[in-house]
Design a binder for this molecule. Structure first.
Ligand code: GTP
Ligand code: MG
Length: 746
């Protein structure tokens, strides 16, 4: 409870089943824009915001949970906050239970548990619009009497009823602690008082009984007390064996006891205007979209369409940004004094960051489609459709959402694995999530597919390049399944098989305003990320590509000397012929521009080759050559271990530092033009495919390693993840390049 110093700052926790509108409400109360989505398990960590006013209120948005007997890591957070298990954090002053009115019976289970914690409780009866649509009407007054706590009907998605909730939350007088109204079977009840007493020093009075009930049936909960209250821990184990001896169904006792109370309450307060057997619109849509055969086929087609669209629709915007980046570089070079700093800005920063920014339109399109899938409710169906396929590799449909989210970025994908109750499934999902092609790979795919793979239409609506793009995603996904199968079969062999149950939310019209803001947040996140990592890396790469400055080789010095000698002779010749010297010099300068530039280009290329980055590339080139990669690509791959997109900055910097052209040619044209000393092209379609496959499979992202470390609480699994993925990438590229060469494709 709040002490005198913090009485003014009231802390209110929002708790409720998954997908009932908690975060929608949280955003309305705090003005924040936390992620909302129409599938269970969007919020996987607690978020704190503030509702200003008198008293100011701190609002805590919690992950969804079906009960206070947490099954998964995210549900555990809600329990720990309410029970005050988080070090240095007091229990909330008030709990707002957000309830889905169209699913009252199931939601009241958690409400009754929250009421049993003894914390002041309010019920936000949300989604009353969905209840109406389903032909249900709820007598709110009566429900309030039945529960003994205030009930506020609302439609959070339309900002209706939120004012009343704010008013109740601010009321000086907190709602009284609700009386417990359900009974547990006597044989269990008689053992509770002794166990409750054993928690006197550890849990606030009202919360002791529910803590005992959780520990009686939930091993993870009991484990929390093993060292903290050994007497209590032992007494619970004793009580369990007493009840087992009596063959008392104590595991179900709480559920039975609560529903014996809840069901009649619901029957008294809910009236139905039509039979619940009538199929709803969602049911009719699901008949097609979750059909045994049509379901997976439609899902596959949808993904193919998404990647085709991402590849083609973004092109106009990308060309625009590309031209803009080029012009910006030229503008700076034309107006700034020729100096190292100007080179840094143009060849380092603008080339490095600019060449990644080009891909923002594609990334936004990808997020737009993922946002549509989430908001409509189709994301949950994809988990259901894929469950059968996933179970073949030892995972469950519950892993689909984390894996699909990894198409955006592996970080939220790995965090979304918190919703998996089975620890083994969770670890396997974390270990394979980075194989799903994330948006950071998109720039690499697009650059090399657009530059080196054939265009041309396939089946009328698709293009070869669109199909190539899709194949990269498909390869990553298939390899994620294969890796999951291998990990399940040979590494994580212990543990029981997972049981997957997911509530399919009703289909909802996508809320474009929400998707729009999510895209804004995403672009900001992209720019910040580009700003931080890629900007930083671009400067580092420029320095590595520029230093150490080596003296020009004799051959080039000789060439330059020969050229200026010839030019001087020509000028003299013209001056002798009566041409004004300045004019003669300008004429000759012009005539020899290409030759002079060619020599400079060779000098610049020579310089880059002997720079730090050149040496790094050359150092690993022998290892990477069997994959078809030269030292530039190898240097790019090293730097891309910071973040995948950095290979583009690295190549852009290496080629532009190595480029002396006035106007900066497009990176892909520079790649196409590059040749080995023997004149053979550095890049061929085979090299491009080998490089693409390397990027599909390699783990080149420091942030992913960092989040995997946090979520697995060890460096062991991130290290295993990095090793197996890099090994896979090397092996696949080697087979593709060597195989392609053997078949004469290279
Ligand atoms: N029909 C209807 N939809 C709503 C209402 N409130 C929220 N939604 C929608 O319900 C979905 C879930 O909303 P969220 O706020 O993400 O739900 P949540 O409880 O935070 O979900 P988790 O974080 O997954 O536990 C979104 O698509 C919202 O737009 C409402 O009152 N009526
Ligand atoms: Mg949420």
């Amino acid at each position: 409870m709040a002490d005198s110093a913090t009485t003014t700052l009231r802390r209110v926790a929002l708790i409720g089943n998954p997908n009932v509108g908690k975060t929608t409400l949280f955003n309305l109360l705090t003005g924040m824009r936390q992620k909302v989505g129409n599938y269970p398990g969007v919020t996987v960590e607690r978020k704190v915001g503030r509702l200003d006013g008198d008293p100011p209120i701190e609002i805590i948005d919690l992950p969804g949970s079906y009960s206070l007997s947490p099954k998964s890591a995210d549900e555990r957070i809600a329990y720990d906050v309410l029970m005050g298990h988080l070090p240095g954090e007091a229990v909330p002053d008030l709990v707002v239970c957000v309830v889905d009115a169209s699913n009252l019976e199931r939601n009241l289970y958690l409400v009754s548990q929250v009421m049993d914690t003894g914390l002041p409780t309010l019920v936000a009866l949300n989604m009353t619009d969905a209840a109406e649509e389903a032909g249900l009407s709820i007598d709110t007054k009566k429900l309030e009497e039945e529960l003994g706590v205030p009930v506020i009907p609302m439609v959070a998605s339309r900002n209706e009823g939120v004012g009343k909730l704010k008013y109740r939350m601010r009321q000086q007088e907190l709602p009284p602690t609700a009386e417990r109204q359900w009974d547990i079977m006597p044989v269990v009840d008689e053992g509770l008082p002794y166990l409750v007493d054993l928690l006197t020093e550890h849990v606030h009075e009202e919360g002791r009984r529910i803590e005992v009930l959780q520990c009686l049936t939930n091993d993870a909960m009991l484990a929390y007390w093993k060292d903290r209250a050994p007497a209590f821990h032992a007494a619970i184990l004793e009580e369990r064996s007493r009840l087992e001896g009596l063959k008392a169904p104590y595991q179900q006792s709480e559920i039975m006891g609560r529903y014996n109370w809840i069901s009649p309450v619901v029957a008294r307060v809910v009236s139905r205007s039509r039979g619940d057997s009538e199929p709803t619109l969602s049911d009719r849509i699901d008949a097609v979209l979750t059909h045994r055969v049509a379901g997976p086929v439609l899902f596959g087609l949808l993904l193919l369409l998404i990647f085709q669209a991402v590849f083609t629709w973004a092109t106009p915007a990308m060309d625009l940004i590309e031209a803009g980046v080029g012009n910006l570089g030229d503008l700076v070079r034309a107006n700034a004094p020729a100096s190292m700093f100007t080179d840094l800005v143009v060849d380092g920063v603008i080339a490095g960051v600019g060449n990644v920014a080009v891909f923002l339109p594609q990334i936004l399109l990808l997020f737009f489609f993922l946002g549509l899938m989430e908001d409509t409710g189709y994301m949950a169906r994809s988990a259901f459709i894929m469950d059968r396929i996933m179970s073949k590799v030892g995972l469950s449909g519950g892993s689909v959402v984390p894996l699909l989210s990894s198409f955006a970025c592996a970080i939220p994908g790995i965090m979304a694995a918190r919703t998996l109750a089975n620890p083994r499934d969770r670890l396997i999902t974390i270990m394979v999530a980075p194989l799903m092609s994330c948006s950071a790979r998109l720039p690499v795919y697009t650059l090399f597919i657009a530059a080196f793979l054939p265009t041309g239409a396939v089946l009328g609506i698709f293009t070869w390049q669109g199909v190539a793009m899709f194949s990269m995603y498909l390869l990553g996904t298939v390899m994620a399944f294969v890796a999951a199968f291998v990990l399940r079969r040979f590494v994580f062999t212990k543990g029981d098989s997972s049981f997957f149950a997911m509530e399919l939310p009703p289909y909802r019209m996508p809320r474009f305003r929400q998707i729009f803001w999510r895209l804004i947040d995403r672009s900001k996140a992209f720019v910040v990320r580009a700003g931080k990592i890629i900007f930083g890396m671009s400067i580092i790469l420029w320095v590595l590509a520029t230093f150490p400055q080596s003296d020009a080789p004799e051959a080039i010095v000789a060439e330059q000397a020969a050229l200026s000698e010839e030019k001087a002779e020509r000028v003299e010749g013209l001056v002798n012929g009566g041409v004004v010297r300045a004019e003669a010099e300008a004429l000759i300068e012009n005539e020899f521009t290409d030759e002079a530039l060619a020599i400079e280009a060779r000098l610049a290329a020579w310089q880059v080759e002997r720079s730090f980055i050149g040496r790094m590339g050359k150092f690993i080139e022998p290892v990477m050559q069997p994959l078809g990669f030269d030292w530039k690509i190898s240097a790019g791959i090293i730097s891309a271990f910071a973040a995948r997109e950095v290979i583009i900055s690295a190549l852009a910097t290496i080629y532009s530092v190595g480029d002396v052209e006035e106007d900066s040619p497009l990176l892909r044209d520079q790649l196409k033009a590059d040749t080995y000393a023997d004149g053979s092209p550095v890049y061929t379609p085979l090299v491009a495919v080998s490089l693409l496959v390397f990027f599909v499979l390699a783990l080149q992202c420091m942030s992913t390693l960092a989040i995997a470390r946090r979520e697995t609480n060890s460096w062991k699994w991130p290290a295993v993840m990095w090793l197996y993925m890099t090994g896979l990438a090397y092996l696949f590229s080697l087979v593709i390049y060597q195989g392609g060469q053997a078949l004469g494709w290279g």
